[in-house]
Design a binder for this molecule. Structure first.
Ligand code: FES
Ligand SMILES: [Fe+2]
Length: 326
């Protein structure tokens, strides 16, 4: 098996990362989250609020995600029933009146928006310095709920992000004909504007206009106007430096015909899945070349790499020089 090279990046970039869709977590549910080489849990309190905390109990090390119980806005450890409140601090030890000062689970910054649960990650624990936007399906009536899926992939986040500028792969990998293709990099956003014709693997064709925007290094929304108006989510959250969970979803603005809408929604999800799987085969086997040999018609890969590097701690990367060969 080929092991992908890590390239110049050490650790993980800061940003908002999707750790689940809202419909996957009901009040009272606790889920283990193993991301960024850390052991955490997310749970939805009886008050409906999602919280994310480190899940290893400071008492004797039980993992609260494995058998813990939600009580109110907090959680009870399965081992000796220490109870932690909504802010992570221990509020009760059933067999002792005095609670040790350090009995706290580190609470993380979390946001539930657009039908998704976002975790803010910063390698030094600093607060968010950018936000994710409110999407049309959150603020306008009529959009269908996300149809979503997840795949675990052996690759680094930067490989997926590079798709944003990789104009030349759309034909060979996805069978898409691209007529127009431009990129913009604005602060924490990397945007791709595309117009073209997609040839779904099941047959037919879809003339489309698409604006795909990354908000930070792990969350991308594509606003796609083709036969239907749809939004596509591409969200990747790193487990370790060479493994990630890729979550993707589709939300569409329905047509008056319900049955046609359902069929199209199904087809969009299937095509999106096929599209990602086409990329996965490349991602899992490719090497990261710090000095790729580019030609004049390749997209702005160097710019994209500089944009991506801004999310790393300055000590954690060296920006490589990438040159275009004319
Ligand atoms: S290990 Fe959690 S209460 Fe003892
Ligand atoms: Fe791709």
């Amino acid at each position: 098996m080929t092991v992908a090279r890590k390239g110049p990046f050490v650790g993980f970039p800061r940003g908002w990362f999707v750790v689940g869709f809202s419909d996957e977590l009901k009040p009272g549910d606790i889920k283990s989250l193993k991301y960024f080489n850390e052991t955490m849990m997310m749970y939805r309190g009886e008050d409906g609020v999602v919280r994310i905390m480190d899940s290893i109990c400071p008492h004797l090390g039980a993992d609260l995600a494995a058998g813990g119980k939600v009580v109110g806005g907090g959680v009870v450890c399965p081992f000796h029933h220490w109870r932690y409140g909504a802010d992570g601090s221990c509020v009760e030890i059933p067999y002792c009146e005095k609670i040790p000062k350090k009995a706290t689970l580190n609470a993380r910054t979390v946001k539930e928006l657009n039908g998704m649960i976002f975790l803010w990650y910063h390698p030094a624990g600093e607060a968010p310095d950018f936000e994710v936007p409110v999407l049309p399906n959150e603020e306008q009536e009529g959009w269908l709920p996300w149809a979503h899926s997840i795949i675990r992939i052996k690759t680094h986040s930067k490989e997926i992000v590079e798709n944003v500028v990789d104009l030349a792969h759309f034909g060979p990998v996805h069978g898409t004909h691209v007529d127009r293709f431009t990129n913009e990099f604005i602060d924490h956003k990397a945007i791709q504007h595309t117009g073209g014709v997609a040839y779904p693997r099941g047959g037919g064709k879809d003339v489309f206009e698409l604006d795909a925007t990354y908000y930070g290094p792990g969350f991308q929304i594509s606003d796609m106007r083709g036969y239907m108006h749809s939004m596509l989510v591409n969200a990747h959250t790193m487990i370790d430096e060479n493994t990630l969970d890729l979550r993707f979803g589709v939300s569409i603005k329905p047509l008056p015909d319900k049955e046609a809408t359902e069929n199209i929604k199904k087809m969009y999800v299937e095509n999106l899945t096929v599209g990602f799987l086409e990329d996965v085969q490349i991602w899992e086997n490719k090497e990261y070349l710090e000095r790729p040999l580019l030609c004049a018609a390749d997209g702005p890969i160097a710019k994209l790499r500089r944009w991506y590097a801004q999310f790393y701690h300055p000590e954690h990367f060296e920006v490589e020089s990438v040159t275009h060969v004319n």
